[in-house]
Write a protein that binds this ligand. Structure first.
Ligand SMILES: [Zn+2]
Length: 262
């Protein structure tokens, strides 16, 4: 009778979620120490102990244990991650049999595939999210300014409204001068609001997208009912942000409530 790897695969079962099964045939110190264990474990199977030589090696198996979002230091923005763990297993006839090392966890960015120590999930989280939030604020203010300037004019109401929106988004008072600079640079570059948002909004998360949409809506509504051009711009934003009609209307309702709260 010959040893039948398939049989042992069946007996041992295969750990779930294994993705890296590249065998490593170097002898591990721990694997030598484990040989006796294996022998006694397989003593119940006469087919194995009849053979004078047993193929033993190690294999590193990696499995995903958790996932979520984190601020990837390499990407500089929020990305999905997978918390993965690698563990060395002793193989007998190339089949992972018993673990010979502890789990070694690491975090992998879904976007750039860089690996990080799990402490990256807590490390400087605040700092990165502040930077991301500040950049988002500037971009959303500029988007609102571009919506207002789309009809090539800006009224006193619109300026006041933009100032309130900018202070809200930037979480600090934004003066008229600072706002004036954003307006004049936006005027010079003459970028369509939709094209601008298309370029900058990729790292925005869903909450930020909704806030930017609300800012654009409030800026557009500063002078009363929206004009046809502004309705079209906001409709393009809905499409760009991939929002359902229900999500879009809820966001607008919230914005109205927010502005009536002052
Ligand atoms: Zn990354």
């Amino acid at each position: 009778m010959k040893a039948d790897p398939i049989r042992y695969r069946h007996l041992q079962g295969k750990p779930e979620g294994i993705t890296d099964t590249t065998p490593r045939f170097g002898f591990h110190l721990a694997s030598l120490q484990a040989v006796d264990k294996i022998r006694s474990r397989f003593a119940r199977h006469p087919s194995v102990i009849k053979r004078s030589m047993i193929f033993i090696g190690t294999v590193n198996l990696t499995r995903t244990r958790d996932q979520g979002n984190f601020l990837c230091p390499a990407c500089g923005v929020s990305q999905g991650y997978r918390l993965r763990a690698t563990r060395a297993w002793l193989t007998v006839y190339f089949i992972p049999t018993i673990p010979v090392s502890n789990h070694e966890p690491f975090v992998q960015c879904d976007h750039c595939k860089a690996n990080w120590d799990p402490s990256v999930l807590e490390m400087d989280h605040l700092h990165y999210s502040d930077v991301a939030e500040e950049q988002f604020g500037e971009e959303a203010v500029r988007a609102a300014v571009l919506v207002v300037l789309a009809d090539n004019q800006i009224t006193e109401n619109e300026i006041n409204s933009l100032q309130a929106i900018a202070s809200y988004l930037m979480r600090r008072p934004v003066g008229r001068d600072e706002l004036g600079q954003v307006c004049s640079s936006a005027r010079q570059h003459r970028i369509e609001p939709v094209n601008y948002v298309l370029t900058v909004s990729r790292p925005w998360n869903q909450k930020q997208r909704l806030r930017a949409l609300q800012a654009m809506f409030l800026a557009a509504a500063a002078d009363g009912p929206l004009g046809q051009l502004q309705i079209e711009i906001l409709a393009s934003m809905q499409e760009l942000f991939d929002l359902t009609d229900a999500e879009y209307h809820r966001a607008i309702e919230q914005a109205v409530e927010w502005s009536s709260d002052g």
